[in-house]
Design a protein around this ligand. Structure first.
Ligand SMILES: Cc1cc2nc3c(=O)[nH]c(=O)nc-3n(C[C@H](O)[C@H](O)[C@H](O)COP(=O)(O)OP(=O)(O)OC[C@H]3O[C@@H](n4cnc5c(N)ncnc54)[C@H](O)[C@@H]3O)c2cc1C
Length: 250
């Protein structure tokens, strides 16, 4: 049996939002598909009727202005890492974080919007964006909005992430992780940035989604690491990421 009954490829944001807001059927956004397709194929999302492919919405550009960069939701992780300004911010922190998201063939397809919308617990790119104090840009039927990623609790039904924007003033970046192998997803990781605004550290693998250091932790307890192990490692990677930027834990 086919896994989808409907496939849509709108060319305007309004058309996409109207499709995602339909009540007679449940449609979800399709970006790179690296997460969604697996969930659909394994019937982990049994109530989804179809997808709205975002590729023709002109969301795949990286814009820059004085002191900031804005990456559209459909920019791939490889494109973000290769961008001369985005890739270099905080001493190349985004480039390093992107490497942790998966092998190169995945990074060539997976998108910035997909990472933000999925908010996976162990996403080092999401954590790097948190440390950079990025804003999430999203769009619902009532118009566009922006919100600090740190305050964002997830995309609401019928809405779309359209991009992320972050400043370029962070001068140093620190990254420390523990993982089963160097190329595996992290068990716990810390991403730190330093710049004129001070020092910010974000952690992943310690709660349902990546969090800023100082937020109460609620670590998963699974085959990769117990909650107690993750708490202990969070302190270790936090201190190591700070040491890389020449800072010490408060
Ligand atoms: C081998 C492998 C390794 C992986 N490793 C990691 C890892 O280390 N860390 C990690 O975080 N993830 C990892 N993933 C999961 C996945 O790659 C990421 O979550 C990914 O970046 C999703 O991006 P995508 O563009 O492919 O999104 P999709 O799979 O297309 O979508 C993911 C989810 O986000 C929604 N969505 C996508 N774009 C938007 C948008 N613009 N607005 C609103 N909703 C949207 C979709 O509806 C779906 O629910 C891995 C996946 C695979 C297959």
């Amino acid at each position: 049996m086919a896994i989808l009954r409907e496939y849509h490829r709108p060319t305007t944001l309004d058309e996409a939002l109207a499709l995602l807001s339909r009540r007679d059927t449940r449609l979800v956004p399709l970006a790179g598909g690296t997460r969604l397709v697996g969930l659909l194929e394994t019937r982990a999302l049994p109530d989804v009727d179809g997808v709205v492919d975002l590729r023709d919405l002109a969301l795949a550009t990286i814009q820059q202005g004085p002191g900031w960069v804005q990456a559209g939701a459909m920019v791939t992780l490889s494109e973000l890492a290769a961008h001369p300004r985005a890739g270099e911010v905080a001493g190349g922190l985004l480039r390093r974080a992107v490497r942790g998201e998966g092998p190169v063939n995945l990074r060539n397809v997976a998108t910035v919007g997909g990472v933000v919308a999925a908010a996976e617990a162990d996403s080092e790119l999401y954590a790097a964006l948190l440390a950079l104090d990025a804003q999430v840009l999203f769009h619902a039927l009532d118009g566009p909005t922006a919100q600090p990623l740190a305050d964002w609790t997830g995309v609401s039904l019928g809405a779309l992430v359209t991009g992320v924007r972050f400043g370029l003033d962070a001068t140093h970046g620190g990254h420390a992780r523990v993982a089963r192998t160097p190329s595996d997803r992290p068990i716990v990781a810390a991403l730190a940035v330093a710049g004129p605004q001070g020092v910010r550290v974000a952690l992943c693998g310690v709660a349902a989604r990546p969090v800023l250091a100082g937020t109460p932790l609620d670590p998963p307890d699974d085959y990769k690491g117990s909650a107690a192990y993750r708490r202990a490692m969070a302190e270790v990677v936090h201190a190591r990421a700070l040491a890389e930027i020449g800072a010490t834990p408060a």
